[in-house]
Design a protein around this ligand. Structure first.
Ligand code: ARG
Ligand code: GLU
Length: 720
């Protein structure tokens, strides 16, 4: 009863404090005026909160977009030209690449608008406006009600709010939870669907250092690509059409070629995906000690196999380039994250904070009534939850990554149609299969399948292993023996005819009434079906019910944390909504006796040059430009800066985000974090956490001098 009263009138973020904060935090644009702008200006920012976010005039938010499903991009011309990372545009660049037109290797530059390449499915999304809708979302929702019931009501309320907000417009709407359901914001968005590829450097530049340098400093990656947004003649979103014209933005960023100095103010404005700053010690312990080590091991296996096959065969290199990059990215991050958590002694730090919180709770009866059950309850839950969470993670990391299993999943559609199918149904799956085979190498898949299955059998409790005996002939038992496993894998790949393109296409040519049974009986489908069934019955329901309990507890825990420290302004975890993070250009000391500079230069690329190592092959043209020192206006004291680092608190999703100076001019494009600081998703350390930005001057130099695409610079607003 009492709880209910406090929530509805619960004011979440509390006091503005004046003490100097560390550069931690991902701030809500709408609330900058209230909580941050003074601090930002004290740190050097020269503009106002309205310049960043406004619904009354053009502001920076009108120049920043979600790019595709998980990156950020920003406008850099009044003709709809946008810049993002090379790794964000990578799958599009790969899609347009073949052995004949290998844009991955050679780069791509559209000479005229006509040469720009369309990308079906690629969208960019603008934020039109945002609004606190907490009261509407929680209307009629009992604060201490059962979580499942609450969530249902909340979903209903959200549906109404969104419908109301976008009524009569072409906008999209979305409501997201902040501070674990203590606050809700509505986001009205506008999505453009005709986004064309304009330019990309060769991978030897855009991915220079590859996965060897990924997540590391010093870094020399020219990680950018250029796209252009097209609109209909009224400047509105439209499907691709030759009639479409370049989008006319409300605002685009000016580009500064003045460079950066240590301690300069910097700000990153983009879409951080997800962080977990307020986890309890129990949760951190589970991630660090139970989940991460196994995720790392699984992916290590996949990576080793992919790399081996990619080294041997250039066609496989193209097919698996994107897959390899995405598997190895999180793998390496988790290794860094675990190192960082260990170094910070994160579990114990959290334990100390929990002890302090408990002390605060015990000071007053009313607090005890509200909060004292929370931490003991967390402890109890995680003690059992960990095994389910582990099994779920294993299912997604191992089983769900098997390509044959993904293919089996595609066959499900036809199997469910049974004998009642149409030719369209068959064509649909045929097309989907064709796109699958474009990037599929069965030998690679087979090796990965074997490695992952054997890990699964070894590491996952038998209660989470489907009853193999039902569908694998007894001769393959026990499957844990390597020889038996080999036999089974051979059988699996041979008999799963839908993994062979020629066989499958011939099969579809004559597809008839009872043929779905052949799909259904293929070993890969049986495998898929049994595993999914096990997951859906044995793991998912338990995880879901624990998740509900945890969600509920987190909501009250978060409240307790904020009530206990009213002098602090809390920031919400990242949730792929637009955020501002600000800090300064800064070097750091990764270990005793070593200090990393805040920037790198082209000299470092030449230093790393090694024709024998794929990741370090420097294009001849870049070497020539280096020898001639042909840097033009992009040089600083005779050097060409390539990347720089700062204390901005960023995470995945911030890739492609604009890095801005005190005047709001573009000085860089965010693309990574330094390895020693990758635990910042869970615990930020001002001494170690650094974001990595491409120095915008390196991008301009590449467009101008390397690619000879200087005509693109003519449409940009460059501040000298
Ligand atoms: N680590 C960066 C991010 O998380 C870059 C990833 C792409 N680069 C790569 N070598 N895989 O997205
Ligand atoms: N590369 C990341 C991305 O794609 C950004 C690096 C990070 O996680 O901070 O969003």
């Amino acid at each position: 009863m009492f709880k209910k009263i406090i929530t509805v009138s619960f004011v979440f973020i509390i006091l503005i404090n004046n003490y100097l904060r560390a550069d931690e935090g991902m701030w809500i644009p709408l609330l900058l005026q209230k909580y941050n702008i003074e601090d930002m200006q004290k740190k050097g920012f020269k503009l106002t909160a309205e310049d960043i976010y406004s619904i009354n005039k053009a502001s920076m938010k009108d120049a920043v977009m979600i790019f595709g499903g998980g990156c950020t991009a920003e406008l850099i011309s009044d003709k709809g030209l946008i810049i993002t990372n090379h790794h964000c545009g990578f799958s599009q660049i790969q899609d347009h690449s073949s052995l004949e037109h290998d844009y991955l290797t050679d780069g791509f530059w559209a000479k005229t608008p006509k040469d720009e390449l369309r990308n079906p499915g690629l969208t960019v999304t603008f934020l039109v406006s945002m609004e606190d809708v907490t009261n509407q979302v929680l209307a009629g929702v009992e604060d201490d009600g059962e979580e499942g019931v609450r969530q249902k009501m909340i979903a209903q309320n959200i549906e109404k709010i969104v419908a109301q907000a976008i009524k009569g417009t072409h906008f999209q709407g979305e409501v997201k939870s902040f501070f674990y359901g203590n606050q809700y914001f509505l986001f009205v968005q506008e999505e453009y669907k005709d986004v064309r590829l304009v330019g990309a450097p060769p991978s030897a530049i855009g991915k220079f250092g590859g996965d060897t340098d990924n997540w590391m400093w010093p870094r020399h990656t020219g990680d950018f690509s250029l796209f252009r947004i097209y609109a209909d003649k009224d400047n509105k979103p439209a499907e691709y059409s030759e009639e479409n014209v370049p989008y006319k933005p409300k605002k685009h960023f000016s580009i500064s070629v003045k460079g950066v100095q240590p301690d300069d103010f910097t700000m990153v404005f983009g879409y951080p995906g997800s962080t977990e700053q307020y986890l309890t010690s129990y949760a951190v312990d589970m991630i660090q000690n139970k989940i991460n080590p196994y995720r790392i091991e699984i992916r290590q296996n996949i990576i080793d196999i992919m790399l081996e096959d990619m080294e041997k065969n250039p066609a496989v290199r193209i097919q698996y380039a994107d897959k390899h990059a995405s598997v190895s990215n999180a793998w390496k991050k988790w290794i860094g994250e675990n190192n960082g958590l260990e170094r910070l002694d994160a579990v114990n730090v959290k334990k100390q904070r929990e002890a302090a919180l408990t002390q605060w709770i015990n000071q007053e009866d009313s607090r005890q009534q509200l909060y004292s059950y929370i931490l003991p309850e967390f402890e109890k839950i995680y003690a059992d939850y960990a095994q389910y969470s582990f099994a779920e993670e294993y299912f997604f990391e191992a089983v769900w990554r098997m390509e044959s299993v993904k293919m089996a999943g595609r066959m499900k559609y036809l199997i469910e149609k049974g004998s009642e199918f149409t030719t369209e149904d068959v064509d649909k799956i045929r097309n989907s299969a064709k796109s699958f085979f474009k990037d599929y190498n069965i030998e690679t898949d087979k090796k990965i399948f074997k490695a992952l299955l054997s890990l699964y059998l070894k590491n996952v409790d038998t209660k989470f292993q489907p009853d193999f005996t039902k569908f694998i002939k007894s001769k393959y038992l026990p499957l844990t023996e390597s020889e038996k496993l080999d036999e089974y894998v051979d059988y699996y790949f041979e008999k799963s005819f839908f993994l062979h393109e020629d066989k499958l296409m011939a099969f579809f040519d004559t597809y008839a009434k009872a043929d779905y049974k052949k799909l259904e009986n293929a070993p890969a489908y049986l495998f898929y079906k049994n595993f999914v069934n096990m997951y859906v019955t044995q793991i998912m329901p338990v995880v879901k019910s624990y998740d509900e309990k945890i969600t509920n507890l987190n909501r009250f825990y978060m409240r307790a944390l904020t009530m206990a420290d009213t002098s602090k302004v809390f920031y919400p975890d990242a949730n792929f909504t637009l955020r501002v993070t600000y800090g300064k250009v800064a070097d750091y000391e990764p270990r005793d006796g070593v200090r990393y500079k805040h920037y790198t230069t082209l000299d470092g690329i030449i230093e790393k040059d090694n024709p024998d190592i794929y990741d370090y092959r420097v294009p001849q043209r870049l070497k020539d430009l280096y020898s001639a020192r042909e840097y033009g206006i992009y040089a600083e004291n005779g050097e060409l800066h390539t990347c720089f680092i700062g204390t901005n608190h960023t995470t995945g999703g911030n890739s492609g985000s604009p890095v801005l100076n005190a005047n709001g001019e573009l000085i860089g494009v965010n693309f990574d974090r330094c390895w020693e600081g990758t635990m910042s998703d869970i615990m930020y350390d001002p001494a170690q956490c650094r974001n990595i930005a491409l120095d915008i001057r390196y991008a301009l130099f590449l467009i101008d001098k390397f690619a000879g695409a200087g005509y693109l610079l003519d449409e940009m607003s460059i501040v000298k």
